[in-house]
Ligand binder design. Sequence first.
Ligand code: URP
Ligand code: ZN
Ligand code: ZN
Ligand code: ZN
Length: 474
Amino acid sequence: RVGRTLIRGGTVVSSTGRSEADVLIDGETIVAVLAPGSTILGFDVAASADRVIDATGKYVIPGGIDAHTHMELPFGGTAASDTFETGTRAAAWGGTTTIIDFAVQSYGQRVFDGLATWHEKAAGNCAIDYGFHQIIGDLNADSLQAMDGLLDEGVSSFKLFMAYPGVFYSDDAQILRAMQKSAKTGLMTMMHAENGPAIDVLVGQLLAEGKTDPYYHGIARAWQLEEEATHRAIMLADLTGAPLYVVHVSAKQAVAQLAAARSRGKNVFGETCPQYLYLSLEENLGAPGFEGAKWVCSTPLRSRAEGHQEELWQSLRTNELQLVSTDHCPFCMKGQKDLGLGDFSKIPNGIGSVEHRLDLLYQGVVEGRITLERWVELTSTTPARMFGLYGTKGVIQPGADADVVVYDPAGHTSIGVGKTHHMNMDHSAWEGYEIDGHVDTVLSRGKVIVDGNSYLGAKGDGRYLPRGLSQYLT
Ligand code: URP
Ligand code: ZN
Ligand code: ZN
Ligand code: ZN
């Protein structure tokens, strides 16, 4: 029994406002949000608590929900370097108390065999709660039929790829059929929107010209091919009535496509990731030698000269994009990224950020790019609503799971290997980033799992979260 905990003296921040309040937790659940120093029917709440956490001068926020991670993802002849154990521990350090990872149906495999494999990887290994989206990597008649059973398994969303021909790729005919299923069942269609066949032509041509450095990953995956695929996905969703969520949006032109569809009243949503807000084609992918491999991910980092990063921050303010996930997909430089020495197309795609999302977005608050409330909305409340977890997750209110972060705006976080780095990677994509804030205390269903510099979590604490349909569906 974790007992009764009072988080006292802090500022409770929600997606809609902030107030000075004490949060009372009994066992795994929030039972009351009280005016500071309250008694209940003459009963001294603090005196009856087993533990009092002093949050004076600090923000008390719902635990982060990272709706896009890839623990142990097989990719490019290797596998993402964080296991569910190491990845969820790193997430906890950074104030994320829920992940939604992508179960994979690989080519030639049945959908439910892929899902079962993901349950095996995660069960008993996670420090925080977890749910699954389903990647449909082989969209045949059997897979379409299996999709009818996903919701019963607590999986209310599936991802398709317009990129990666020969691996996860779906063509327009397959996408249309899956979206018809999505419209009928309410399952959210999540789309990797890049024109893969066109990208592969450009990749071949660049390599033939001897342009083999990581930088050319960003040239081959041109913004036009993200805009085009985003537009195509929106139109197919419009035709079929499928709810659509475009993952890892990086091009400002793709944002414009989403914004236009939303202004026509469509059920179209989009996420971006910290890497697209902060990093760039010129400074990162274009780093000297093979260094740029650290930042090879898809969609790619975009040109700062073209202004994508500023447009993305703006889209977060205006709600043209609704949430920020990490697309956490870590690979080490040695033995993994270096598979692509001399051929950028063989660099495993992905960046690891699961530990730093709350901090990186909080820096946006400090710099006046988003409000404190929007920070909570982008990192917790909207992910919960979007993916059918809201009420138990994503909010501090009686009846919700006691997933709570005490965040210190007077603290400081230096990101980098040997500093704050708990991800299983031999480098950090965020080396040298300084954050004017700090994750102080993290509770997962009432249990303190991070207390200052101490880690108190344990593998197996995290439970599988069956999810309902998106709470954004009309
Ligand atoms: O580069 C990325 N994004 N790797 C993970 C797989 C995906 O497409 O999300
Ligand atoms: Zn993707
Ligand atoms: Zn991804
Ligand atoms: Zn710390």
